[in-house]
Design a protein around this ligand. Structure first.
Ligand code: CU
Length: 475
């Protein structure tokens, strides 16, 4: 049996496990998990250490921290003894982690060593439109584009990825994405790679050990999903936990996959952060739903699990994501869940806007229009609080992502009680299941330009590439 067949059978076994659990209930859970574990041994999974993206080096030019990021073609070892053609940023797949903190002055030089144009967008970054890396800041081959800004936002886990009109999905799928950490000053685990770990979780399809991005017409509509679960560029890796508290920065880096992440034994964890900020109230959860581009920061308390293993899995597909091997003795580290952040008051809106998803002549639309880079769809006044209603009347899931700043989710389907725990901080991407309607509050701050637009769009990348995007300027 090939490894691929093993994996597919594994998926079926995992699906059976989930069904069986639902049917037999808690009493038999242990039994099914044990037999599944034995099965996993056969699959030879978890024989690879979790890759931790290296921290991007910087130097100072006057008061600016300068990062040099090379966007390049590469070869990456997804499979033992095989090399896969990929794209990466200072890396063979994905990118190095860029760390900054509030008040820093930053210059990121993105140089394009690909044979095609690209862009590099700071997702979640509150920066001037010219520094956004959206569809207008194209980097042609052999050129360098610099994002220069001061960090004027709270601690968060953001990321960077291409945003080239019509090509974003393929370029991200090939490996272009990396994490941006805006550091916090709270009593939280923060030793990068030891107790503070970014997890870029992606589904990737392979044919003959090569990345297979070949969406059919139907898949362009639905979004390109399926294949192996890849974490930081490794299929089913394992991580050796050595501290009592483990902070995981979860990023759904997939093109169109929705994940409901949790641990196989229903172990609960502390939710400490959403997309754009830590959360004012820490909650205990056993699963979390992340659509493409959404982030969540969690802390897992490993006390009592010394010498055993935890399995992170996606409860929607039944597929396992990674294994955490807990050391037999754990080092003490700090986790204080109280008062992580005070969020800004949500001001009363003085203007309302509505964004409705749709489809027209086989292209996706927002408010009946497909993306036109020469058209400004919305003009928004600086410092004027607004209420945005986003509606998904379609029979497929989408999400809504806004550049420039964060928003707050006020209501989901008519009630604030439906706003999920991980949606209660500053956010930039919000999930909309078929029929969903969300109410957001947003204020544009700091940066205005009548000529340089920001984007809003669905972050299912095939939808974005196929028109589900619009532009606004802040005036
Ligand atoms: Cu969509």
């Amino acid at each position: 049996m090939t490894r691929r067949n093993f994996l597919q059978t594994g998926v079926i076994a995992a699906a059976a496990l989930v069904d069986a659990n639902a049917f037999w209930g808690e009493r038999f859970r242990g039994f099914f998990e044990k037999s599944y574990r034995d099965y996993q041994k056969e699959l030879l999974l978890y024989n690879r250490e979790l890759p931790i993206p290296a921290l991007a080096k910087y130097r100072y030019e006057e008061e600016y921290k300068v990062f040099d990021m090379h966007i390049q073609e590469s070869l990456h070892p997804f499979f033992e003894g095989e090399l896969t053609r990929t794209y990466g940023i200072n890396s063979s797949y994905l990118g190095e982690t860029i760390v900054m903190k509030k008040g820093d002055k930053i210059k990121i030089n993105y140089s394009n060593h690909l044979k095609e144009p690209t862009t590099m967008h700071g997702h979640g970054m509150h920066v001037p439109a010219k520094m956004d890396g959206g569809v207008h800041q194209v980097i042609v081959p052999f050129a360098t584009w610099s994002a220069v800004y001061e960090v004027k936002q709270e601690a968060a886990t953001n990321w960077y990825h291409p945003h080239l009109m019509g090509e974003t999905a393929r370029q991200v799928y090939q490996g272009l994405a990396g994490v941006i950490i805006i550091e916090d000053e709270q009593n939280l685990p923060k030793e990068y790679g030891v107790d503070d770990i970014p997890l870029i979780i992606q589904e990737r399809r392979f044919i003959n050990n090569q990345i297979d991005y070949s969406p059919s017409r139907m898949e362009l509509m639905r979004g390109y999903r399926g294949g192996e679960m890849v974490v930081n560029g490794a299929i089913a890796p394992k991580f050796q936990a050595t501290t009592r508290f483990l902070r995981l920065r979860l990023l759904n880096g997939s093109n169109a996959s929705i994940f409901k992440l949790g641990f196989l034994n229903q172990k609960s964890f502390y939710l400490i952060g959403g997309d754009n900020s830590l959360l004012p109230n820490v909650s205990r959860l056993s699963s979390i739903l992340l659509s493409p581009a959404e982030r969540a920061e969690i802390v897992v308390d490993l006390q009592g699990l010394e010498g055993s293993s935890l399995y992170l899995f996606d409860k929607l597909s039944g597929k396992e994501v990674m294994k955490i091997e807990v050391a037999s003795t754990l080092k003490k580290n700090i986790f204080d869940p109280n008062h992580l952040i005070w969020l800004e008051e949500v001001p009363e809106p003085v203007k309302r806007r509505k964004f409705v998803f749709g489809m027209r002549r086989m292209r996706f639309t927002i408010n009946g229009k497909s993306m036109d880079r020469n058209r400004i769809d919305e003009y928004i006044k600086l410092n004027e609080p607004e209420e945005w209603i986003v509606e998904n009347p379609m029979r497929m899931a989408h999400n809504f992502h806004m550049h420039a700043t964060h928003f707050r989710v006020i209501e989901r389907n008519g009630s604030s009680a439906n706003v999920r725990a991980w949606e209660r901080g500053y956010k930039d991407t919000v999930f909309l299941a078929p029929g969903d309607r969300v109410k957001l509050r947003v204020v544009m701050r700091d940066f205005a330009s009548a000529t340089d637009p920001y984007m809003y769009h669905c972050h299912f990348l095939e939808h974005e590439d196929n028109g589900m995007m619009g532009q606004f300027v802040v005036i």
